[in-house]
Design a protein around this ligand. Structure first.
Ligand SMILES: Nc1ncnc2c1ncn2[C@@H]1O[C@H](COP(=O)(O)OP(=O)(O)OP(=O)(O)O)[C@@H](O)[C@H]1O
Ligand SMILES: [Mg+2]
Length: 473
């Protein structure tokens, strides 16, 4: 079998049957195909083998001397969910085959079968095993090469970002990063630079929202002596100083349309003119920009020139809000906990499982930055060695304020319950009430409701499912 030959680790197949003849001939067929074959006659022994060796594929009879093949299948799925199980069904009864598939079998093969049928079926399963293996090793490679040291996140959505970033970093392509405030735009911009061929040259960042237009212009392009009253000597602009490096323009959509037009020319011509100067100065930078608006919307709203976006947006990178990748929260929280525990000299701090749950369930409107600030605040108030409970954390994490006039909704909890249960009930009551009011106001239109409430559509969908409320998209 050429597929396994290409792959260093052979695919292992466990055959389970008490019919010695069948086991022997299947074993021979599959061994000659390059599989590593092991055989067992009894279900119990097969389970032991699965526990120890985690074979890629199990081929088992539906009828075993000591146990039902279906029961074996279910046990295997518990022990090794990734193992593919193929059932040999006795009398080609439709019922048992259907039942096997339903119980998680990869496929079934009715007795009697030919060598070719067996080869094809196991070949297909092996293909599947290989796919999973390739995916895993691809992910490993990405992690090894581009784990960008301090950038945390294993969720699919952030891993997709990392994979784009790692592929585009070594190129000269302009990257346009969008994402809500605190999602890590600057961090990604720096990672792009650190992993580029320009990494030995400067990373220069400018926040376009921080300066009025005229100052921003002189910051970018510099000025000649006497260009304006206070210009008592010439000054080089950041674009000149950034030569050979990466130029990061943060909050690009806050720049005036006039300056955006000038910037567009600079990008196209790769030359600048200092304010008050005539000479053209060549520049050499790689462009990375960011905004916390939706870029297309910013164009529609007249905050961003379409032609400039077109230039800067060769590779778009969208950073997902933290609430849409909650699985990253524990690792991020631990990361910041370690960091601030060291900074504040507080050894051995740990989150209780309950407080971790609070962190995971909070909405994080300020995203990773908010999480970071919250952890710092917590650490600064802790004693060394302390286990952190929800009571040690800022109140707003556990309790979101009820909308005006609905305070009664949150008050409707029972103090008979333990504190955390009561709190969770109150939160559920609040969320449910908030959501149904919100949807009422928007006639059930989820997109509109999401925009209005400042939450993501996915969050609404999740809550709708949780509380079994109807809405429409
Ligand atoms: N995946 C991550 N792993 C570790 N730290 C992160 C991650 N994402 C963000 N941070 C940290 O969160 C903070 C905010 O990130 P950053 O400044 O890059 O966000 P931003 O999107 O530029 O925010 P803003 O729009 O407010 O400028 C930084 O301290 C950054 O180091
Ligand atoms: Mg930023």
């Amino acid at each position: 079998m050429s597929d396994t030959a290409e792959n260093d680790v052979p695919i292992t197949v466990l055959i389970v049957d008490d019919e010695e003849l069948l086991v022997k001939s299947c074993g021979q067929i599959l061994s000659s195909e390059g599989y590593s074959v092991h055989t067992e006659g009894r279900g119990r022994n097969a389970l032991d083998f699965v526990r120890r060796q985690r074979p890629d594929i199990v081929l088992t009879d539906l009828m075993l001397p000591d146990m039902d093949g279906l029961a074996l299948l279910k046990e295997i799925k518990k022990l090794a969910p990734e193992t593919l199980v193929v059932m040999i069904t006795g009398f080609a009864t439709v019922d048992s085959s259907v039942e096997a598939i339903r119980a998680g079998a990869y496929d079934y093969i009715p007795k009697p079968f030919t060598a070719t049928q067996l080869r094809i079926l196991i070949g297909r399963a092996a293909q599947q095993v290989k796919l999973v293996r390739d995916n895993a090793s691809l992910r490993d490679q990405l992690k090894k090469h581009y784990s960008f040291d301090n950038i945390i996140g294993t969720s699919d959505s952030i891993q997709k970002v990392f994979s784009v970033v790692s592929r585009v970093a070594p190129t000269e392509a302009s990257v346009f990063i969008s994402g809500e405030s605190g999602t890590g735009k600057e961090l990604i911009a720096r990672a792009l630079h650190a992993n580029s061929r320009r990494s030995a040259r400067p990373f220069t960042a400018i926040n376009c929202a921080a300066l009025p237009d005229n100052l921003l212009e002189t910051e970018l392009f510099g000025h000649e002596k006497g260009a304006f009253t206070s210009a008592d000597r010439e000054r080089r602009g950041l674009l000149e100083l950034a030569a050979g490096g990466t130029f990061f323009m943060d909050e690009i959509s806050e720049m005036s349309m006039e300056l955006q037009a000038k910037l567009l020319r600079v990008i196209q011509e790769r030359k600048i003119r200092r304010v008050g100067g005539g000479e053209e100065i060549p520049i050499d930078v790689r462009w990375v920009s960011a905004t916390n608006r939706d870029p297309d919307q910013a164009v529609r709203d007249g905050h961003l020139r379409q032609d400039l976006l077109y230039r800067l947006n060769v590779v778009p990178v969208k950073l997902p809000p933290l609430r849409n990748r909650r699985e990253d929260i524990p690792a991020l929280a631990q990361h910041f906990l370690r960091r601030y525990a060291q900074e504040y000299d507080r050894d051995n701090l740990r989150f209780s499982s309950e407080s971790m749950r609070v962190l995971v369930e909070y909405e994080w409107p300020g995203n990773v930055r908010e999480l970071q600030n919250v952890v710092e605040r917590i650490v600064s108030m802790c004693l060394p060695g302390q286990e952190i409970f929800p009571e040690d954390m800022p109140e707003e994490l556990s309790m979101r304020r009820a909308p005006n006039g609905k305070a009664g909704a949150v008050a409707a909890f029972s103090s008979d319950l333990p504190f955390h249960d009561a709190k969770n009930d109150a939160i559920s009551i609040f969320e449910k009430q908030y959501l149904s009011d919100l949807l009422d106001r928007h006639n059930g239109n989820i997109s509109q409701a999401a925009r209005n409430a400042g939450i993501d559509r996915k969050t609404i969908h999740r809550m709708l499912a949780k509380y079994e409320i109807e809405g429409r998209d």
